[in-house]
Design a protein around this ligand. Sequence first.
Ligand SMILES: [Zn+2]
Length: 348
Amino acid sequence: MNLVELLRELVEIESPTGDTGEIQARLEQELRAVCAGVERRGDHLYATIEGDEPPLLLLGHVDTVWPRGTLARMPFRLDGDRAYGPGTHDMKGGLVVLLEALRRTETRHAIRVVVNADEEIGSPESRSLLAEAAAGAVAAFVLEGPAEGGHLKTARKGIGRFTLTVRGRAAHAATPAEGVSAIEEVTHQVLRLQRLAGHGVSVNVGLVSGGTRENVVAAGAEAVFDVRVPTLADRERIDAALGELRPVLEGAQIELAGGWTRPPLERSQGAARLFAAAREHGRQLGLELEERSVAGGSDGNLVGQLVPVLDGLGPEGGGAHADDEHVLIASLAVRAELLAMILREPGL
Ligand SMILES: [Zn+2]
C-alpha cells in the first residue's frame, strides 16, 4: 500500500489515549505482515523478528492528544506537499515510517518493536514493557518527529509535574489580620519556584487557583507546575530545593505532591555513535542531519538508562498537538529508507 494511503487510514481511525483498541487492531495486522511474533500486552503491542546480531529496539505510540470527533473539523487532507490531520506528525507518520522500514530491511539484527497506547500521558502502564524490551538491546530508535529542520535527537530533558497545596485561615475581608491568606502565600511560593529555573532547567507554574470570594481571606490555594531538567544532577538539585520549601507567612501550611514522570535522556557515547551512523546514511539520501537536544519528553527518556537512544526518526512536519499538524509527504519514504539503512548496519 502507498505510504500516504496508509497514513490516511491510520489518521482516520481516531485514537485518543484510552481509546486505542481499533487502531491497535489495525497496527497488529500491519506488524504481522513484517514480524514473526506479535503479542498484545494490555493495550500495547510487542513485535519481534529473530536475528543473529543483538537486538535493535523500535519505539512508536498510537495514542494522540486529539479527542474523538476531531476529524469532523480537522479531516485528513492533502495540500501540496503536505498531509494534514490529527496525529499525522505525532506520530502516525512515524508509524508509517517504522512499518515501511521493516518492509524494506533485510537485517541480521534481531528486532523488537513496541507500539504503546499511553505515551501522551507519560506511558504509566507501558513503561514496564518498554524496560523489558530495552533489556539486552544495543540500540533504540524512536519514531517521534524530528527537531526543526529534520534533525535527530540524542538528548531530552527530564520532566516533573508537581502540585503545591497551601492552607491558610479564612477571615472577613474587613479584618484580614485575623486570617492567613493562602493566596498571598502561594504567590510567594510561585516566585520562589520560578527562581529555581536557569542553566537549562525550566519551571512553569501553569495553573494557580484559590480562594472563594473577594470579601473572604482565602483559606486555600494551589499551584500546579512543570519542571524540566537536562541532567540527573539538576534533578537532584531541584529535589533538594523543593524539599526545602517552607511557608513564608506565619500560620500558613504548604504541602507538595507529584513527582518526576520521565527521567532526563542524557546524551551518551552510544547515542553519539548511533547519530554518526545515521548522519552517514543520511548523506547518501541527500540529508544533512544534525544532532539536537530538546526539552520535550518521549519514551526515549524511559529506555535511555538501559540502551543508547536515537530519537526524532519520524517524518518531517510540524504542528504537533496543534490545528495545523502535518507531515511532509516526501519525507515518509526518505525517512523509511534512512531507518532501513540504519537497521541494516552490522555491528551496531
Ligand atoms: Zn509522540
